[in-house]
Design a protein around this ligand. Sequence first.
Ligand code: SF4
Length: 212
Amino acid sequence: MQYKFEQPVHGSIGALKYQCTIEWRNGKIIADEPATNGGGDTGADPYTLLLSSLASCTLITLRMYIDRKGWDIPEIAVNVNMFQEQAGEQTVTYIDRDIVFLSPATDVQKMRLKEIATNCPISKILEGDIKVRTFIFRDVEEAKTVKYANEEVTVLWKPELCQHSKRCWTELPQVFDYKEKKWINPSGASAEELANQIKRCPSGALTFLNNK
Ligand code: SF4
């Protein structure tokens, strides 16, 4: 398991209905709800953000392909929209993507670009098998704690809080090895690496202490 991003996309909301700040590696964007849903419409709503992801991925993928081929198609655009239908117990979501050629292109080029668009990375994610895992950080003082220490550092693990995200043992296997009974070896990495990894635990199961 390896995350796509070193730092996760970070979102936060205060009391102002329903303005969210989304921080990404090079800036911030605002998300909100329209006035009809009680928001201030100060930023794109979540459905728009979802469709924007597909629109931008489509355009970037097509631009890369057009440039690689050396085709003279300076401008393309895309319109993306969605609707939902009930099929028995299931809600089926349809996303329609219309590719618009603002510069002339041959029919062969258009058909090839349609095929390329259907294979853009976000299309593949949306049409593939998606699982959203949700973790929650808890700070339960009285939870049973197991201690793993060397001279320099101590790692505390609260098994009842662990939500089995696999983050620790896939990202720092030289320290965390779930196959071992004594599964945390605090000497397997530097104190800094260990502290950084423990900060990524989403459940509050791990605590790092510097013994010095
Ligand atoms: S990172 Fe935390 S929650 Fe995930 S498996 Fe390790 S201890 Fe458990």
